[in-house]
Design a binder for this molecule. Structure first.
Ligand code: GTP
Length: 598
């Protein structure tokens, strides 16, 4: 299409406010996807996304739209994930757009990710199209929510479109607003070609599929291209756009969004954030890159069956091709054997990766307690990064430990302000600001250690505010803290996979709750198993798992075979995720006990 008739936009929203549903309606109403192929949320193509009802990977679809002025436009819709773990995907998608449809649930109102995503879009210089969604709901309060949105945007609320992604009401008005208000792409068709790789995917047979946004010039099938940062050179095997199916074309030109395949199988050679140009007419200036994503949360993944170690390595290699935010390095644990220390953006990301490894690669894994990464200055002046609590150097050698801090922005109805502040104080938070979004809704800011957020902060926040508060956060840097390593000993032996790093003031309470939890989780063995929590050689808490007295089957009356078999089966089931640690059998849950401790 000619440049004046292209519009590139994203849909941004707080989680569950209805992005994917709106995207579905747009595809349907523009006949991009016909009714019979229309599955709910066509854009959420991964099995896992569909099951959990969340969007993990951004998608980019070309949508033809004939506007009320009679002209046909080529819209590119870039769907983005809403969860705070995946903010980096949002900013990459936004960089490929000129506009963003801001979806706000009219029954819920402005939430933390509404605010965060709005700021991202405004920072990226995008034209915003605000919409109130779910107006079909009896509980919708469009007037109240419009006031919140207009407070957020600093604009009058009368331009806000009222829609229902469910019934389709107002959706065409959204497309009209896009055509009218979102500017066409600004690139130069005659300049040396430049395209930004804003996402990528890995196909087993075809190699890297780069999602690109052409900024200047034209890319043609067969042309020799060059990735400016990596220096990679290759020929374009196939170039095309998504409908959402991959549709090959001869060329993509200025402003267009689509994909490109070269046959390159090594993702590091065609990286997200790199700029593509052609060898025939090379550009000199690359486009601005993206901020590198750094994993924030780490855990060990170990195969239950140690023969599966090479398979786990293989699976991680494949997953990283599709997921730039996932990192891993070999880890050896005395307790769990050979495995990998993996880095994730957050707990949701960790959960998803683990589930994909088990489901798509048929592995059985033990996961150790998630922990944040630390920076340690040693007394000799050396700096080390510590990703596993068991790697924490001896306290005598440590001059300073730093941990990641985040700035949390919490939106809550004003009656819960006290509860929220209490929770934040309790989690070592430092109050940094408060702001009324409307007479009833307050935005509270706190600086908190990421470690305090990672575990159950979100659940606590939800339960203390009866589900009404929402949370967003960004990293603000590493700050020194008074941290200690808490070791756990089973039957007198330290279990490296159970150690953790905690704040000194909390170590006693933590140790006590943790040992209690472990006592309940570790099954009885043939002898008493003492469980101790210790800081160095100083034991801070102790519990004992008493030896069992009888075989479980002895409880059965003689002759009741089927009941006996059931019991044995249940016992076997219970053993499934067990690891022999020294003399003690430890179930998977024990390694995650910390998730329930705090
Ligand atoms: P993530 O992809 O997880 O970030 O969520 P999302 O923002 O894409 O939300 P999604 O489209 O999955 O919608 C969340 C829920 O709201 C689903 O149960 C939808 O069926 C429902 N929903 C979406 N739009 C509407 C609407 O206009 N009216 C009503 N009644 N329900 C809606």
């Amino acid at each position: 299409a000619d440049q004046q008739h292209i519009r590139n936009f994203s849909i941004i929203a707080h989680i569950d406010h209805g992005k994917s549903t709106l995207a579905d309606r747009i595809l349907e109403l523009t006949h991009t996807v016909e009714g019979r192929q229309m599955r709910e949320q066509v854009l959420d193509s991964m099995e896992l996304e569909r099951e959990r009802g969340i969007t993990i990977k951004a998608q980019a679809v070309r949508v033809p739209y004939t506007a009320r002025n009679g002209e046909t436009y080529q819209l590119h819709l870039i769907d983005t994930p809403g969860h705070v773990d995946f903010t980096y995907e949002v900013s990459r998608s936004l960089a490929a757009c000129e506009g963003a449809v801001l979806v706000v649930d009219a029954s819920q109102g402005v939430e933390a990710q509404t605010v965060a995503n709005t700021y991202l879009a405004v920072d990226a210089g995008l034209e915003l199209i605000p919409c109130l969604n779910k107006i079909d709901l009896p509980g919708a309060e469009p007037e109240r929510v419009a006031a919140e949105v207009s407070e957020l945007l600093g604009e009058p609320g009368d331009e806000i479109i009222r829609i229902s992604g469910k019934t389709g009401e107002g959706v065409l008005d959204v497309l009209e607003a896009i055509v009218e208000h979102v500017p066409p792409p600004a690139g130069d068709p005659g300049a040396a070609p430049r395209a930004a790789i804003f996402d990528s995917e890995f196909d087993q047979y075809r190699g890297v599929i780069a999602y690109i946004r052409v900024v200047d010039g034209t890319f043609t099938k067969g042309a020799a291209i060059r990735a400016m940062a990596a220096g990679t050179e290759a020929d374009i095997d196939e170039i095309g756009f998504f409908t959402p199916a991959m549709t090959p074309v001869d060329q993509l030109t200025v402003g267009e969004v689509g994909y490109l395949i070269t046959g390159i199988k090594d993702v590091t050679r065609l990286r997200v954030g790199d700029t593509l140009t052609t060898k025939a007419h090379p550009a000199t200036e690359p486009l601005p890159g993206y901020r590198e994503v750094k994993p924030m949360v780490f855990c060990g993944l170990f195969p239950i069956n140690s023969d599966e170690y090479p398979d786990l390595r293989d699976a991680l290699e494949k997953l990283t091709l599709n997921d730039a935010a996932l990192t891993w390095e070999p880890e050896t644990s005395d307790a769990l054997g050979f495995g990998f220390r993996c880095g994730f953006l957050g707990l949701l990301h960790m959960d998803i990766v683990r589930e994909r490894l088990e489901r798509e690669y048929d592995l059985e894994l033990m996961a150790t307690m998630p922990s944040v990464g630390f920076e340690v200055t040693l007394t000799n002046g050396d700096e080390v990064e510590v990703h596993a609590p068991s790697d924490m150097p001896d306290p005598a050698r440590i001059a300073e430990i730093r941990e990641p801090y985040i700035r949390a922005s919490i939106l809550t109805p004003k009656e819960y302000v006290g509860q929220v502040m209490e929770l934040c104080q309790d989690r070592r938070g430092e109050h940094s600001g408060m702001h009324y979004l409307s007479a009833d809704r307050v935005q509270i800011s706190y600086d908190l250690p990421l470690a305090e957020i990672v575990l159950d902060f979100f659940d606590q926040l939800k339960s203390r505010t009866r589900g009404y508060a929402s949370l967003d956060y960004e990293l603000v840097g590493m700050r020194p803290s008074n941290l200690v390593k808490l070791d756990v000993l089973l039957a007198g032996d330290p279990v490296d996979a159970l150690s953790m790093v905690v704040h000194r003031d909390k170590a006693y309470d933590f140790g006590r709750t943790l040992t209690e939890k472990l006592r309940k989780l570790i099954p009885r063995q043939q002898y008493d198993v003492p469980i101790q929590a210790a800081i160095g050689s100083h034991v801070v808490a102790r519990e004992t798992v008493k030896a069992y007295r009888k075989d479980v089957t002895s409880k059965c009356y003689g002759g009741d075979i089927s009941r006996k078999r059931k019991l044995l089966e249940r016992q076997k089931e219970g053993k499934k995720r067990m690891k022999q640690v020294g003399r003690v059998e430890v179930p998977q849950e024990a390694f995650l006990a910390v998730l329930e401790v705090a």
